[in-house]
Design a protein around this ligand. Sequence first.
Ligand SMILES: [Cu+2]
Length: 75
Amino acid sequence: MALKTAAFLIDGMTCQGCVAGVTRALKAVSGVADVTVSFDDKCATAHYDDAQTAPATLIAAIENAGFDAQMSATS
Ligand SMILES: [Cu+2]
């Protein structure tokens, strides 16, 4: 399986608890292998298996956790 990387800009994180919430939401998506969330940069980076999930699904997971997300980069 080939992992892809997607980065998202996230609005609404106000503390480290929010960082943990975004991290948990992304890791709960099947196909996500690894997640890094930066509070200072207000962004998240996820490595995921594109046979199992897609950036739109990851954005939906972040939004379901109560934050605004938009794609900033993909590779
Ligand atoms: Cu918070």
